[in-house]
Design a protein around this ligand. Structure first.
Ligand code: AHR
Length: 649
């Protein structure tokens, strides 16, 4: 295999003539160990052949696999606004203790806002203390409760008279019926009003198999809407995100967040696109919409929440704007018909970046975020090569011309995977997607080595090695690591890349797309071998690719050699996807004196080996050190092993 320093790119560098003599000694050391001839890896730490993009590794998510509702978005109550088209069984059922008599119905005649102009009507004919009646909600496959924790709740309610008494809100164990936390809301007679409550848990161990009950102890009628319950959130943001999932993402060292999707941007129909204007402002003004992954989206995680998520992770958004094509196959005709969508995109960029003197900047300020957000990239559409009408070229041009005229400072990303089409406004960047099996991903690693450097830059906006389910197995991690060596080597061309999908609720029925990086349920998360590979690669990225070459390696051995120039650290990624050990003689040209190499290894016994919710630590990184004296290093990478090595020089 040719490394980044091969003749076609940066000039050949052969140091083996000097090295040969020492190699004989090295051969003896490593061949004795495993009977296999060592490959010869040569690296010149002081010769950078190309730059590595600081934003190479980022995040891509969308509403799929209950990534947001029932996932990252911390709301615990399923279908809090009693939407009719909710996926599956309606989650709200009746609680009728003793001989209580009660019924429930969706009442389309009253609600707390113009958007939520309907509600759940609870009619209780008979109830008493000990024989309460009301509603129960299962949460998103349970409620993740932790000891000594405060959960913040709110609800909209209306009663005609107060005879029904207070509403008791209880978190109840499924197994024992034990009440784990409770609160009371006293509802005033008359108009709709918002009430707050808190549920505080005691010393009981963390659990998930719990449900919520809202009951009354007297006859009467109560109308309810937007019944919400939030755990503590990341950075204590109201209407914010789950802490554990945010921490998992932060530990991936991301450089950006591509939002809001994926297919989620497009929707199945034009009407069900991510219509950002309907996802901002008070929650009672957000109707929600039907997502492309077969369930209703509350839009509680709307455009502003996406941006605040970026802010919390200290990354920039890569903002994808709807470009007039939806998955069902419809597209909006170029010209007059497309104009309102182009205007929506212009307004969206203003909402993100405009100051409070602009119309949409003022709107964002009113929504609680006066400061504009940073932005460098705008993506026009998603996977528009699927639009068989061929209209993308013209649609792209209409969007690009308008965006470019108003915002010349931002780089525009096109989503036709071929990047060969002609448009009047050439894209700065082309978004290309790769979903492959482990074998196919490994066979793709030289795809960009000879690619033209004179066209648009590349954004690998979605990529994943896919064989494990629900999360990647070790074979996938090897495919991912092999692919990452290739992206690092070609990062002068590939400016950004984001694995997809990122999140999956692994509860039965939670997943729509197998092979997702991080698994979770209502109470806990676990990470896949691929997650470890990615966070290790991103945490040791470097800023330049060092001149290097390799010879004699097995067919499934891959590597990347980058340096952090200022800190003078070599980051070596070695990927042995073969079932035989790979001995190496490494010439660290430019490294002098004695050094400690910090080695982090990830190993799986088979391609199929993996982590699960019940065995989350089966595969995890192991740290070790190696002493290196001078510029020669005999080192063996065990079979089925990924190593990330930091070597100061
Ligand atoms: O990542 C899952 C889906 O794959 C995305 O929504 C879509 O863009 C791609 O086809």
């Amino acid at each position: 295999m040719k490394g980044p320093g091969h003749p076609e790119r940066g000039g050949a560098h052969t140091i083996w003539s000097v090295f040969k003599l020492l190699l004989v000694v090295g051969f003896t050391v490593v061949t004795v160990a495993n009977g296999q001839a060592p490959a010869r890896l040569s690296i010149e730490v002081n010769h950078v052949v190309s730059l590595v993009s600081p934003t190479l590794y980022g995040l891509m998510t969308e509403e799929i696999n209950h990534s947001y509702d029932g996932g990252l978005y911390a709301e615990m109550i399923q279908n809090r606004s009693f939407h009719e088209d909710w996926e599956g069984e309606p989650p709200w059922d009746l609680v009728r203790r003793g001989n209580s008599i009660a019924s429930r119905m969706l009442d389309k005649s009253t609600g707390p806002s113009e958007t939520l102009n309907y509600s759940m009507k609870l009619s209780v004919a008979e109830a008493s203390v000990g024989n309460e009646a009301g509603l129960t909600n299962p949460g998103y496959w349970g409620y993740g409760l932790k000891p000594h924790t405060t959960y913040t709740g709110s609800l909209y309610a209306k009663v005609d008279d107060t005879g029904v008494g207070p509403i008791a809100i209880k978190m109840v164990s499924d197994a024992t019926g034990k009440v784990l936390a409770q609160a009371k809301v006293v509802v005033e007679a008359g108009a709709w009003k918002r009430y707050e409550y808190k549920l505080v848990t005691g010393a009981e161990a963390a659990s998930v198999a719990n449900h919520l009950e809202l009951t009354v102890a007297h006859a009467g009628t109560v109308w309810l809407q937007m019944v919400s319950l939030m755990p503590p959130t990341f950075h204590e943001r109201p209407n914010g995100n789950r802490i554990d999932l945010m921490e998992r993402m932060a530990a991936m060292h991301p450089g950006f967040l591509r939002l809001p999707g994926g297919n989620y941007l497009e929707g199945m129909t034009v009407q069900d696109r991510f219509n950002w204007k309907k996802t901002i402002g008070p929650l009672t003004d957000r109707a929600g919409h039907s997502g492309p992954w077969f369930y209703w989206s509350t839009d509680g995680l709307g455009l502003l929440e996406f941006l605040e998520w970026c802010e919390d992770l200290k990354v920039e958004p890569v903002l994808a704007v709807y470009a007039g094509y939806s998955l069902g196959g419809t597209h909006v005709a170029v010209g007059k018909d497309l104009e309102p969508y182009v205007q929506d995109a212009l307004d969206e960029v203003e909402y993100v970046t405009g100051d409070a003197t602009t119309k949409w900047g003022a709107e964002r300020s009113k929504d609680g975020h006066p400061a504009p957000f940073p932005l460098h990239y705008i993506e026009i559409g998603n996977e528009d090569y699927l639009d068989k009408s061929g209209s993308y070229t013209e649609r792209y041009a209409q969007f690009a011309e308008a965006l470019h005229a108003r915002y010349p400072e931002y780089k525009l990303i096109a989503t036709d995977g071929n990047s060969e089409y002609e448009t009047k406004v050439h894209p700065d960047v082309s978004d290309e997607h790769y979903y492959k099996s482990p074998a196919d991903m490994m066979d793709l690693v030289h795809h960009y080595d000879q690619a033209s450097r004179s066209g648009p830059k590349i954004f690998v906006g979605e990529w994943a090695t896919r064989s494990g389910s629900p999360t990647p197995n070790f074979g996938d991690a090897l495919g991912d690591a092999a692919w990452m060596t290739s992206m690092e080597r070609n990062s002068d061309l590939i400016v950004m890349a984001s694995y997809a999908p990122l999140l999956v609720n692994v509860s039965p029925g939670g997943m729509q797309w197998p092979t997702d990086l991080i698994g979770f349920n209502a109470g806990t998360t676990y990470v896949s071998p691929s997650y470890w590979a990615q966070s290790l690669f991103a945490g040791h990225l470097g800023d330049g690719t060092a001149q290097s070459s390799i010879a004699g390696e097995n067919k499934r051995f891959f590597y990347s050699a980058t340096v952090s120039n200022k800190e003078r650290v070599l980051h070596l990624k070695l990927v042995n996807a073969s079932n035989i050990d790979q001995p190496l003689m490494i010439d660290l040209n430019g490294v002098q004196g004695n050094h400690h190499a910090a080695i982090t290894s990830l190993h799986g016994a088979t391609f199929e080996a993996t982590n699960t919710l019940s065995d989350p630590e089966a595969i995890r990184p192991v740290e070790s050190k190696a002493n290196i004296s001078g510029s020669k290093w005999a080192h063996t990478v065990k079979a089925l092993t990924i190593e990330v090595i930091d070597l100061p020089y």
